[in-house]
Design a binder for this molecule. Structure first.
Ligand code: SAH
Ligand code: SF4
Length: 349
């Protein structure tokens, strides 16, 4: 199968031009057609010679995704189920905020980390997405936005929190960042990109050494090893003390604030005793805690915490001077949690 041209970083596209007997500056023209004009076909690149178009068509496909389902929520959230070329399914979500449009991308087909509360973890990983398959999600959402009436809308933020563990697909995920961040393309600033990991310690350290300003979020979800191992088996490989060391290394190296994600599960991790342990863990760190309402996943027994328990937990952290917020929910009237739409579709087949 031909790769998608979205796989190529700017430098790789320049190298491809030279290898294929073209001038290097053609890369900039093609890049402009892809990311500024946002064309859907090579044939639309009307200042490019027929010969080069034919070479590109012989070597690459443009979009590796086809849209299967689109769910639009009354709050503006749009959720896409895309099929890849091999027929596998992934999900992408557009969330409109006051500050801009944020796209949540998938990085793998399924996930091998297997967290007990997650819809994606119930389906083992079939494969990694390429950088271009991640990029294509952003481009399809942008092209969808281009068709909406009213003021022009652009994708301004990226969250890498869809299906999959990005740090288990590190090189492709990093290439994706280079492509989406490139100043001659979509130019989405590193500070507008957030990546979430279940806590793969060596990759957190590697990421700290990249020298980029992308936001890092850690899925913590439990304040002690016993509880965390029971909901996230990755904790057996990288227990909390090692994770915290890697996070401290990241903060020291990048001078950036980190986010800890904490899903509130009723009676599991949402009591004051847990809040107390959490405070001890993060005290003095340049970090904030993001409390996340649990999204019910059919086959798992968890329930979301009561409003009272969330408030009490939140107030305790506040009182202890820990930076904390409760994550806003999007698309409550559609299959909100990432992985749900795909899981449902697979079930029905
Ligand atoms: N694999 C990465 C990124 C994808 S998951 C990670 O785990 O961080 C993105 C976020 O969604 C994670 O914080 C994850 O724990 C959370 N999540 C998974 N299942 C959820 C559910 N049922 N309800 C709410 N959040 C969930
Ligand atoms: Fe994978 Fe993240 Fe889901 Fe865990 S929460 S199974 S790491 S996608």
């Amino acid at each position: 199968m031909k790769p998608t041209i979205y796989d190529l970083t700017y430098e790789q596209l320049e190298a491809w031009m030279l290898e294929n007997g073209e001038k290097k500056f053609r890369a900039q023209q093609i890049w402009n057609w892809l990311y500024i004009q946002q064309v859907a076909e090579f044939a639309e690149m009307n200042n490019i010679s027929k010969v080069l178009i034919e070479k590109l068509e012989a070597a690459f496909i443009l979009s590796p995704l086809t849209q299967n389902v689109l769910q639009a929520s009354s709050d503006g959230t749009r959720k896409y189920l895309f099929a890849l070329n091999d027929g596998t399914l992934i999900e992408t979500v557009l969330m409109p905020h006051k500050y801009g449009n944020s796209v949540c991308v998938t990085t793998q087909v399924g996930c091998n980390i297997g967290c007990s509360f997650c819809a994606s973890g119930t389906l083992r990983k079939q494969r990694d997405l390429t950088a271009g398959e991640i990029m294509a999600q952003v481009m399809l959402v942008q092209r969808d936005l281009n068709t909406l009436e009213g003021e022009a809308q652009r994708v301004s933020h990226i969250v890498i929190m869809g299906i999959g563990e990005p740090f288990d697909n590190y090189d492709n995920f990093m290439d994706f960042i280079r492509i989406v961040n490139h100043p001659k393309g979509l130019a989405i600033g590193a500070r507008h990109i957030t990546v979430s990991t279940s806590g793969i310690v060596p990759k957190i350290r590697q990421f700290a050494d990249e020298g980029i300003q992308v936001n890092l979020a850690i899925s913590l979800h439990a304040p002690n090893d016993e509880l965390r191992s029971s909901v996230m088996k990755i904790n057996n490989a990288y227990p909390i003390p090692e994770l915290m060391d890697a996070v401290r290394y990241y903060i020291a190296k990048t001078n950036r604030r980190i986010t800890f994600e904490y899903i509130m599960m009723r009676g599991v991790n949402d009591q004051i005793i847990h809040a107390r342990q959490l405070v001890k863990l993060v005290r003095g760190m340049n970090a904030y805690i993001n409390l996340i309402p649990f999204n019910a996943v059919d086959e798992h027994g968890y329930q979301r915490s009561t409003k009272e328990d969330v408030s009490a937990f939140f107030d305790y952290l506040k009182k202890e001077k820990i930076q904390v917020m409760v994550r806003r929910e999007f698309g409550h009237d559609i299959d909100a949690a990432c992985g749900q739409l795909r899981a449902k579709k697979l079930e029905s087949e």
